[in-house]
Design a protein around this ligand. Structure first.
Ligand SMILES: Cc1ncc(COP(=O)(O)O)c(C=O)c1O
Length: 466
């Protein structure tokens, strides 16, 4: 009998389709009430960090250089008060196949699909992850379908997303291009059901395990090459896998005192799901439109329990402006001779501002760069912004209004440190977990405390203030 493929029928079969497409029984990790066992879920992938490293090396992934940005550090020192200007190192993740840290995530994801006997993989993403999955699937001989939200309803596409579409196709994937809207998930589910392919979600335990090697390598390279322990590791934050995986890797390498800061582009006021706003942003990832909701409610993702749980690891959340990231992209190219893409330069912009506040003896590691290309470069992005009615000018980036203007700093000293209030983020996470309840068992309290990275006492005090 033919399956009912109506929207309602497919959505109703969602849990069964997901189970088939992942080979994971998420119910096995539920522990009653709001609790699930995150660490057991991660352990069940069944691989040590050494084994993950070996799998990635075999696929040409990882072992990227950790570079000393001497000229940018010197500029920071020139603009700082005496004795200030922390050293900035950057992990050149653009050196991975397909040009970003997403290769680590995709390597383990596709490897997991292969070991479980799937014939192909499906990734629903407009980002670098699609290209990374296509690249790793090519390497392991699996078929690959990438579903992307590419256009607004006038079929106008963001240069960076179109660039990624070309890259996925070049790497052998079949790319399904869609307009912005909620149908993406329906199509992904339908295709999983029809093909029997693996759901190469960004948020599975294997995908996050794949990123742990990034934090682990940072710790090792800091020790071996620079003879230091990093004070701060800065990660560009959107869905939270980048930061969670890196932080977990640092911990596995024994770096318990290194602080982990998130950085996102401030796109407050723009709606990510809106057709009108879709092309009014110059950044397609690493922005607050993903970063804030995912940090406060990670399980809003396409799997029952998200393995990317950034709020467990974020010590501070820094915001940068679009104009500052474009400027930093130019700064990296003209001062260090390294041309790289927007996502890594988001945390680099935050690192530059942070460096000026910290003493010279401290070290900040920017944990990624990404490749650049025709659609990612500042020129096509700024031209596209102007075509969409965005004012582009030099001045004070604090005057930038997302969706209306992009203000490139008229002087590097105008790149500033801005905080997103962690208490606000934690309260929002607690409100969503509590879901109207105010009484919790001791186990639930302990779970909530670990979810927001505070002690049980502090968590209780926050819950009182809800
Ligand atoms: C190059 C790059 N850096 C950072 C990010 C943010 O990663 P996450 O969504 O895991 O927070 C992305 C995600 O799209 C990315 O492609």
């Amino acid at each position: 009998m033919k399956q009912d493929m109506s929207y309602e029928a497919v959505m109703k079969r969602q849990n069964a389709i997901m189970k088939e497409a992942l080979g994971i029984d998420y119910d096995a990790y539920e522990r009653g009430g709001i609790i699930f066992d995150y660490e057991v879920m991660m352990d069940d992938v069944g691989l040590s960090i050494e084994e993950v490293i070996a799998i990635e090396r075999d696929m040409g992934v990882g072992n990227t250089p950790l570079m000393d940005l001497k000229n940018i550090t010197a500029l920071s020192r020139k603009l700082s008060s005496p004795g200030h200007g922390a050293r900035i190192l950057v992990k050149d993740e653009a050196a991975n196949p397909s040009g970003s840290f997403k290769a680590r995530r995709a390597a383990l994801s596709v490897w997991d699909a292969k070991r479980k006997g799937y014939e192909g993989v499906i990734a629903a993403t407009s980002g670098n992850y699609g290209a990374a999955v296509a690249s790793m699937a090519a390497r392991l001989g699996l078929k690959c379908i990438v579903i992307q939200e590419c256009f607004d309803s006038d079929f106008k596409g963001q240069p960076e997303i179109l660039e990624k579409q070309r890259k996925c196709e070049a790497l052998g994937a079949e790319v399904i291009q869609m307009t912005v809207g909620p149908e993406l998930f329906y199509h992904a589910l339908s295709l999983m059901e029809e093909t029997g392919f693996y759901n190469a979600s960004l948020y599975t335990p294997s995908a996050i395990l794949g990123i742990e090697t990034l934090g682990y390598e940072i710790a090792e390279q800091c020790r071996e090459k620079y003879d230091l322990v990093p004070d701060v590791v800065l990660a560009t934050h959107a869905g939270g896998g980048n930061l969670s995986g890196t932080a977990r890797g640092l911990l596995k390498a024994g770096l318990k005192d290194t602080k982990v800061y998130a950085a996102s582009v401030d796109l407050s006021g723009l709606s990510m799901a809106s057709d009108r706003d879709f092309n009014r942003k110059s950044f397609t990832t690493g922005h607050t439109g993903f970063g804030i909701p995912f940090a406060s409610l990670p399980d809003r993702s396409d799997v029952p329990r998200n393995a990317a749980r950034a709020l467990r690891y974020i010590d501070r959340y820094l915001l940068v402006k679009q104009g500052e990231v474009f400027y930093t992209t130019e700064m990296l190219a003209s001062l260090e001779g390294i041309e790289r893409g927007p996502a890594g330069n988001t945390s680099l912009a935050a690192a530059f501002a942070l460096s000026r506040e910290l003493p010279e003896h401290m070290t900040i590691v920017v944990q990624e760069t990404e490749y650049t290309g025709a659609g990612k470069h500042p020129m096509p992005q700024l031209t596209f912004a102007q075509e969409n009615g965005i004012e582009v000018r030099f001045g004070d980036p604090d005057e930038e209004v997302p969706g209306q203007s992009i203000v490139l700093p008229s002087h590097p000293s105008l790149i500033k440190l801005r905080e997103y209030d962690m208490n606000r983020l934690r309260l929002s996470a607690l409100r969503r977990m509590a879901d109207g309840r105010r009484e919790f068992s001791d186990e639930e309290m302990a779970y909530m405390a670990s979810e927001i990275n505070l002690s049980v006492q502090e968590t209780k005090a926050l819950i009182k203030s809800l």
